[in-house]
Write a protein that binds this ligand. Structure first.
Ligand SMILES: *Cc1c(COP(=O)(O)O)cnc(C)c1O
Length: 394
């Protein structure tokens, strides 16, 4: 089958809810992928921050295959070894107390919201259910996580929404305090680097002040680390670099290196809030996805995370050294990088780069976004930067 044949049938039978690049990826290795016509691509996108070990990582393939031959699904009515291993590794490495497993980012964030509302209701009774989130945030596409999302472009067609969400500008402590001070607030939910919003890192001082305010009022601090988590920023979770500990934190995208998996971790303060029958999901903790997640976590040693930091700095320096008239800023942490553009549309540039053989993403209204596999090689990085330079250097 050729790209064009596949695309034609796809567009006929699959809903057009995505602005797709006209590429059908077929196979690959590491950060080097091929489409159905045999054309090569360097992957600076990793399926939107998902393929953290790149394509077809041998240990990942082996773990999935072996688990599939043993047992592929058990349901949460029974105990499961692969899920136990992932929960244990995550808690031991973060100091968090317990995990809940889900299948996607939105679902993981829904769990955070339910956790916070129940925590508050158990302790303070009804009427303390508000969740304060940030303008320009992105928390998912379900009706409730869209309510949490502070970007009208995603929301417009789908009202009415779940009640009890308020958005305040990122970085404005006074606005957050004002919104959360009425005695009706259960939680603050935020991303430490707003990914979809434009790769916008929060100021650590602001985050520390928010954490202190939340602790003082017993308002849960919930972090959405669906994009920043699992090594993406050079630490297992980005909060480690912000000098704070959340009450609960969600993860998804990169955790299982390409299989649908997610969930959240809760600190001791709120880890026993949800009891039997109060939260569930059929596929949560699936053994095959969990076996894949264990390989991801084992691969992300401290040394590997330091490499993520170094590769991120290398990419940022090389892009800045291009001295491009189209680049106004390069920002991000680890291998979550935003190249802020001027005088060229971010969508147009991403389309050109994809055509040229570099898979790159966009974010916000003017940012080119790179989320390469965490295991990308320097040779692949240099190849990708070479393709970028042909468009950015004039
Ligand atoms: C991608 C993303 C989500 C949504 O994840 P899905 O798996 O698409 O539901 C939520 N929050 C953040 C920060 C994300 O980057």
């Amino acid at each position: 089958m050729t790209n064009q044949e596949l695309i034609k049938d796809y567009d006929q039978y699959v809903m057009g809810t995505y602005g797709r690049f006209p590429i059908a990826l077929s196979h690959g290795s590491g950060a080097t992928l091929y489409d159905f016509d045999g054309k090569q691509y360097i992957d600076f996108a990793s399926g939107v921050g998902v393929n953290s070990l790149g394509c077809a990582h041998p240990a990942w393939v082996r773990a999935i295959t072996e688990q599939a031959m043993r047992i592929g699904h058990t349901s949460n009515l029974y105990y499961s070894e692969p899920a136990m291993r992932v929960a244990k590794a995550l808690c031991e490495r973060t100091g968090m107390d317990q995990a809940f497993f889900a299948n996607s980012g939105a679902e993981s964030n829904e769990g955070l919201i339910k956790l916070a509302r129940k925590y508050s209701r158990d302790k303070y009774g009804a009427g303390r259910s508000k969740v304060v989130t940030l303008v320009q945030s992105f928390h998912g596409r379900t009706v409730t996580t869209l309510s949490a999302t502070g970007q009208e472009v995603f929301q417009q067609h789908f009202f009415p929404f779940t009640e009890g969400f308020v958005h305040v500008p990122a970085g404005d402590l006074d606005a957050l305090v004002a919104a959360a001070s009425g005695g009706d607030t259960a939680a603050v939910l935020l991303e430490l680097i707003q990914g979809e919003g434009g790769v916008l890192p929060m100021d650590p001082a602001y985050i520390q002040q928010v954490a202190a305010f939340c602790a003082e009022r017993d308002i849960l601090l919930l972090l959405d680390e669906v994009q920043t988590g699992i090594g993406r920023t050079g630490s297992l979770f980005a909060f480690e670099q912000y000098g704070i500990t959340p009450d609960a934190v969600s993860f998804a995208k990169g955790i299982a290196g390409g299989l649908p998996f997610g969930g959240f971790l809760a600190s001791e303060k709120c880890s026993r809030v949800l009891g039997p029958g109060q939260h569930a999901t059929t596929f949560g903790g699936n053994p095959i996805a969990a076996a894949a997640a264990s390989v991801v976590l084992e691969t992300l040693t401290e040394a590997e995370l330091e490499e993520v930091v170094r590769k991120g700095q290398y990419i940022q320096e090389k892009v800045l050294a291009m001295d491009s008239p189209y680049v106004s800023e390069v920002r991000g942490l680890g291998l979550m990088i935003g190249v802020v553009l001027k005088d060229i549309g971010h969508k147009d540039l991403a389309k050109q780069l994809n055509e040229d053989g570099l898979l790159a993403l966009t974010a916000g209204t003017e940012t080119l976004r790179f989320l390469p596999p965490l295991t990308i090689s320097y040779a692949e990085i240099d190849k990708g930067l070479g393709i970028l330079a042909r468009r950015l250097v004039v």
